[in-house]
Design a protein around this ligand. Sequence first.
Ligand code: KG4
Ligand code: ZN
Length: 350
Amino acid sequence: MKVLGIETSCDECAAAVVEDGRNVLSNVVATQIPFHAPFNGVVPEIASRKHTEWIYAVVREALDKAGIGPGDLGAVAVTSRPGLLGSLIVGLSFAKAFAWARGIPLVAVDHMKAHLYASRLRKAESPDEDPPPEYPFLGLLVSGGHTIICRADGFDDITVLGTTIDDAVGEAFDKVAKHYNLGYPGGAVIDRLAREGDDGAFRFPMPSLHKGEHRHDVSYSGLKNAVINQLGQFRVKKDAENHGEPRPEDIAASFQKTAVEILLRALFNAADDSGLSTVVAGGGVAANSRLRERLAERRNLRGVFPPPEFCGDNGAMIAGIGYQYLARGDRSPMSVTASARVEGFKKRYP
Ligand code: KG4
Ligand code: ZN
């Protein structure tokens, strides 16, 4: 069955067609980055307006690229939570109208569970690679709004083992980049700059969360504060070529090193404690090159990452997980609504 997936939870207006929950026939992502870049962050009202303007054309293009018409679709899947409310409502309302007009089922899905599903997708034109990872595995969900270490026993059966007690990891990347005017969005820029920098130029502190009930949790506000407000205190080396001024490349490399180590310390604790030896990553930060390298170095732990185009927000992961709900008989009513937050993901910390 071919499912249309619609994703408008933040600043990407996205639609895709996926067959049988795995084969991606098209994946269209219209990014709003140029419209938010002058503000160094997503402006919710601009995001909702752009989704309203673009959603029809994005869906149309997803169908055209898949080489199908609306009548070939078996169902519509759409993100209904979590995200920016005004943005979610655009995609959700469009999906409802589409499903009603075609007389096909609608299924509203969770954006973060969809991120974890992304590694099960394959591009239709690529030869059949590795089979999808078998459950159970450890999930590492890392985005602009969430940092979750979980145990996944099924596509919809997720137990949160650890989370951030303050900022999300992607948020820390974005805020550091914003403060030093490195560019927007921050994660990809820092990842790129870090390759030219010395990761030993600054030695930033790690949070002391490695014991007791916080063994699987992370914290980023201390690191963010150190990099933004107390940079000089953590300087190890001075760069003569830059007249003693800190080089943005060195700040990026040293920050990224610590940000990744914070994540991996909690993840490795969760792997040791759970006995699970496969980690499936998802979310925008899963595109980070250092995270991928460091995880690959760890013995006895297999890291599974979605292809880069399925790490950030996209409609394919929505259509993919949507198919699984449909296959077990789930349907969403036409009264289904959007939610900005999902309780379970910040279980212990409101
Ligand atoms: O999943 P996503 O596209 O949207 C949300 O659901 O939040 O994640 C966006 C986040 C942003 O914070 C962005 O800076 C970060 O992912 N990001 C990265 C990289 N690419 C995107 N962070 C680190 N390294 C990257 N290469
Ligand atoms: Zn996302």
